[in-house]
Write a protein that binds this ligand. Structure first.
Ligand SMILES: [Zn+2]
Length: 266
């Protein structure tokens, strides 16, 4: 079992210990992580990937297999096959995987590998990740403890060729401030350069350096202000500096991320 792992879906999820529940044609060999269409799926541990697209039946089943460095193997099933926000079944497996992810690519822990969906025999039901854990000899084991022990991330890491990232929190709400920090309840997270956009509701405290650009938007336009003018309960948009994220920053503990721009929206 690998030491410290990344929860395979970024964002708010629910799951239960549904291992070996009776299902049509046999037992349930994984846990269903209930989520939202297009949420990022990330590598549970470092390893290399295989993309499996099964065209069988009326609709493709878009899967990913992660061969972990520890020797364990993880199956990501029902990845996205929709082009838009609805269940249109129009993308095949073209929007199932991280852009540019190639067969046999090596990935780091917490790196974007794909997107949650309802492909294959999950068509039309709530998008979720069917997650399986297999021992090196192929035997599937109950993922529940693995999921419970994994760390939930604020955002995925992108593949190395894409360079540094900028994270913008849209629709966030101020829940606290000091002269050098702001604490917000997040809602939508946008990651550049890919323009990944997904919902992730949690509380994050940012460091606000003295040179951060802080603006208040009023009826007569925007005016420059400082972080102490932020009001608890007001809406805000926070943009980070452009940075190469560490594993710790992906988990976003207090003051691990630095704000470059804060827009206070009243
Ligand atoms: Zn399942």
């Amino acid at each position: 079992m690998p030491n410290v792992t990344a929860f395979p879906v970024v964002g708010n999820v629910t799951y239960t210990n549904d291992w070996h529940d009776p299902r049509p044609g046999g037992w349930h060999e994984g846990n269903d992580v209930m989520s939202v269409r297009h949420q990022p799926a990330v590598a549970f541990e470092p390893g290399w990937v295989e993309k499996w697209s099964h065209p069988g039946g009326a609709l493709p089943s878009c899967m990913l297999v992660l061969h972990g460095k520890s020797g364990m193997v993880y199956w990501y099933i029902h990845l996205n096959n929709d082009r838009g926000l609805d269940n249109d079944n129009k993308a095949g497996c073209r929007k199932a995987y991280a852009p540019g992810l190639d067969y046999h690519d090596h990935v780091s822990r917490g790196q974007l590998v794909g997107f949650v969906g309802d492909s294959g025999d999950a068509n039309g039901i709530q998008p979720h990740l069917h997650f399986e854990v297999h021992k090196a000899n192929g035997t599937p084991i109950n993922p529940f403890k693995y999921l419970n022990d994994a760390k939930h991330l604020l955002f995925p890491r992108l593949r190395p060729g894409l360079g540094d990232i900028t994270v913008t929190l849209k629709g966030a709400e101020v829940v606290g401030k000091t002269s050098s920090t702001i604490t917000v309840r997040t809602k939508r997270v946008v990651v550049a350069p890919l323009g990944l956009s997904f919902i992730n509701r949690r509380t994050v405290t940012f460091t606000v350096p003295v040179d951060a650009e802080i603006e208040r938007k009023g009826a007569s336009g925007s005016s420059s202000t400082d972080v102490s003018s932020a009001q608890v309960g007001e809406r805000t948009r926070v943009t980070t500096i452009t940075f190469a994220p560490t594993w710790t920053q992906q988990k976003a503990p207090a003051e691990s991320l630095t704000a470059a721009k804060i827009l206070l929206l009243g």
